[in-house]
Design a protein around this ligand. Sequence first.
Ligand SMILES: Cc1cc2nc3c(=O)[nH]c(=O)nc-3n(C[C@H](O)[C@H](O)[C@H](O)COP(=O)(O)OP(=O)(O)OC[C@H]3O[C@@H](n4cnc5c(N)ncnc54)[C@H](O)[C@@H]3O)c2cc1C
Length: 459
Amino acid sequence: MTAPALSALSALLGDRFSTARPVCAAHAQSETHIRTGLPDAVVFPETSAEVAAILRICAAHRLPVIGWGAGTSLEGHALPLHGGVSVDFARMNRVLSVSPEDMLVRVQPGITREDLNRELRATGLFFPVDPGANASLGGMAATRASGTTAVRYGTMRDAVLGLEVALADGRLIRTGTAAPKSSAGYDLTALFVGSEGTLGLITELTLRLHGQPEAVSAAVCAFASMAAAVDCVIETIQSGLPMARIEFLDPAAVAACNAHAQQNLPLAPHLLVEFHGSPAGVAEQAARFGEIAESHDCTGFRWAEKPEERSALWKMRHAAYPACLASRPGATAIVTDVCVPISKLAEAVEETRADIAESGIPGPILGHVGDGNFHAILLIDAESPAEAATAKALASRMAERALRLGGTVSGEHGIGMGKLAYMQAEHGDAWTVMGTLKQALDPRNILNPGKLVPPHDAG
Ligand SMILES: Cc1cc2nc3c(=O)[nH]c(=O)nc-3n(C[C@H](O)[C@H](O)[C@H](O)COP(=O)(O)OP(=O)(O)OC[C@H]3O[C@@H](n4cnc5c(N)ncnc54)[C@H](O)[C@@H]3O)c2cc1C
């Protein structure tokens, strides 16, 4: 089945089809401990019609098709579990149109969020979803990504207004319109956002934009205890302050960032915050936050008002993952990602901290705590099965804890292969329904098989 499919793809795409080992190996690598074999081939389409044709060929020969954006996903999402064809969207990276009056942009899926914001700079608009990594918009939609700014601007669920999708049988469909809302039928846009390439390949996105804020102000402050920092977050959110970002770093994460970004923050739990709005609005929000933080005994409040100070602050935060990795030379990471209701945040973080301390594995904790989302970066010796087992058990307990507290096993990274084991516990029969939808749209199970949904026999 594979050889005829590969010759048909080669005939379709010429030098944009590759079976070269280094190219295939580059599409079987991710940031985490998860490993698979290589894809049989990698293709680089340039148009939606080519993506549809690739799917028709693969469907006819029952060859797996795995979308590839920037390859930054953390749960093995884009890895080829059963071989097949990796569809790399790097050449579909154009802005198709900008509508400043409607605050919308139409893009191809391979454009990265940093490139999109560079192209938007002159318009006075920006795209706010920020997962730290310079991910592609197609990959971000496919994982329903979010990040530091979700507390203010929402996640990819809120940002995507419409899609063009190539289905498993090669049909191209459009979901959504340019209208700000609709009650016309099933919300297929929402179905494809977060479907991790298992229901179709996204070939175009219509995205909501926001006005660049007139004034921005950021600050960093330390707390005597993790509980005090988290209580400050809870009170801030419950008071309705429109925070643009509110990020938590535990002392281990602070130590790693200090070493990596040449900072000298005190080794204490920290919050990093940002405010967006008019100059008066920002000043008022900042003063109110200052009062709340003070009531939780914060110390070392430091403002970063100049753009270069803010950029250094967020650069440090965005580099927290490599900083944590570098804090244990040679280590590999098991990255966890749970999200709980804000009222349960203190309990979730405190129990997790105690659990990690007892395990003996280094595990800095950090997170977008404004929306109840936090991560532990469990640093293990890649050659030690015992450490891997300990870290996996810790990660499982974090997931179970999140479910017990009414939360979810993934706030933003998604399921891929790494979190399949928790889907039944989180969703019950609703997970079976996800499988039914998958079977209806992809009866031959060619789209990213082995990810997200329950296993099914291809028809
Ligand atoms: C240091 C670091 C920090 C991170 N922080 C965050 C964070 O704060 N928040 C967050 O949400 N994530 C975070 N991530 C995870 C990652 O950046 C996101 O999952 C991102 O959305 C993946 O985008 P990508 O372009 O790299 O997609 P890929 O990894 O290439 O693919 C992800 C999934 O999408 C599918 N896919 C890709 N393109 C398409 C397409 N066009 N159509 C259909 N399916 C497609 C793939 O098959 C795969 O299932 C972080 C990762 C790293 C390495």
